[in-house]
Write a protein that binds this ligand. Structure first.
Ligand code: HSE
Length: 354
């Protein structure tokens, strides 16, 4: 079944998904009955192209690589150039909007407006932007439901490591009383570097160079990035509505190289720990540096790797660990959402499901 896709934003993550759609096209058709057809791309820096009959992914990527713009796409027949992001959402024939814009996580914009407009136009959205889910989950989820469309955001927590879908699908039927995790790769990488003798500043500089940190690394080191992930876990996995301001948040700035060395001498390790805990009808969430005993499973998570433990009444504690960032990994999280979108569509339309 053809799935017409419009990219809103076409930076590293969007391009990573486009490459995966090309590389995996045989598997997508054979295994999942998905025939992806990219009809539009709209990016504030790289321009905008639309062809209702589909664009060639390799030609799009070549145009960017050679000229920095999609508007130099080589095949001009049937091509419309210059639609804005909102025009692309409203006026193209796309079934699904891949929302991967550069978004301000404090306001959630422009991603929130993109999601809202798409749902009002009865189009599905998949996104890796945390803002819409952390700041407007309830309203946007209701709007998607009202318009009978799909909203996927697997990549917002732990990128392509399925931290959201695993508890909802594979752990279904459990009561999850607490979620504990290392949900920010930058700070975990920094702690690991500091354990190897680097200073805080040297460790941060390396994390930035390797591309782990947010554009403004304050969000990582002050714990704001992990705080938004705590809100998403509370709202989506625990079905408890909280806001970012409800999460007690303390970053890692106060932890020095000496404190890291002292902890190691005591067989302990500092980690930036996110906790979301249910207590009756309430939920408490925090992000703060904790000194863990080396035998604690989270103490042995090193580098930019993330990990999460779900405390389940039936399964007991279940731990998931893997990459929490990276272009291919985050592009893959969008592919997971696309595959689930298609299987939900097939079920709704009464087709076979496996
Ligand atoms: N800056 C984030 C991190 C990227 O270091 O985990 C993924 O949200």
């Amino acid at each position: 079944m053809a799935l017409k896709i419009a990219f809103i934003g076409f930076g590293g993550v969007g391009q990573a998904l486009a490459k995966l759609l090309e590389e995996k096209k045989d598997q997508l058709i054979d295994q999942y009955d998905i025939e992806p057809c990219v009809v539009a791309v709209s990016d504030v820096m790289k321009g905008s192209v639309y062809n209702p009959d589909g664009l060639n992914i390799n030609k799009l990527l070549t145009s960017i690589e050679e000229t920095g713009s999609v508007e130099n796409y080589s095949d001009k027949e049937g091509l419309k150039i210059g639609l804005t992001s909102l025009e692309t959402i409203k006026e193209t024939n796309a079934d699904v909007i891949v929302e991967v814009t550069f978004t301000d996580v404090n306001t959630g914009q422009p991603a929130i407006d993109h999601c809202r407009t798409a749902f009002e136009c009865k189009k599905s959205v998949i996104t890796t932007n945390k803002g819409p889910v952390a700041l407007a989950y309830k309203d946007l989820a209701a709007l998607a439901k009202e318009n009978n469309v799909f909203w996927g955001f697997e990549g917002t927590v732990m990128s392509g490591t399925p931290a959201l879908r695993l508890p909802i699908t594979s752990l279904a039927g459990n009561e999850i009383s607490e979620i504990t995790g290392i949900l920010n790769g930058t700070t975990n990488f920094m702690f690991t570097e500091m354990e190897n003798g680097k200073t805080y500043d040297e460790a941060l500089e390396t994390a930035q160079r390797l591309g782990y940190a947010e554009a403004d690394p304050t969000s990582d080191v002050e714990g704001y990035d992990a705080r938004y992930k705590a809100v998403i876990l509370a709202n989506y996995v625990m079905k408890k509505e909280i806001k970012a301001s409800d999460v007690q948040c303390e970053g890692m700035r106060s932890i020095t190289k000496d404190m890291v060395a002292e902890a190691l001498a005591e067989n302990k390790r500092w980690r930036l720990i996110t906790r979301v805990k249910k207590d009756g009808n309430n939920v408490y969430a925090s992000v703060r540096p904790e000194k863990l005993d080396v035998i604690h499973p989270l103490a042995n998570v090193t580098g930019a790797t993330n990990a999460i433990i779900y405390d389940c009444d039936l399964s007991g504690p279940i731990m998931l660990t893997g990459a929490g960032a990276g272009l291919v990994e985050t592009g893959y999280s969008l592919l997971i959402d696309l595959i689930h979108l298609q299987s939900e569509k097939t079920i709704k339309e009464g087709g076979a499901s496996e």
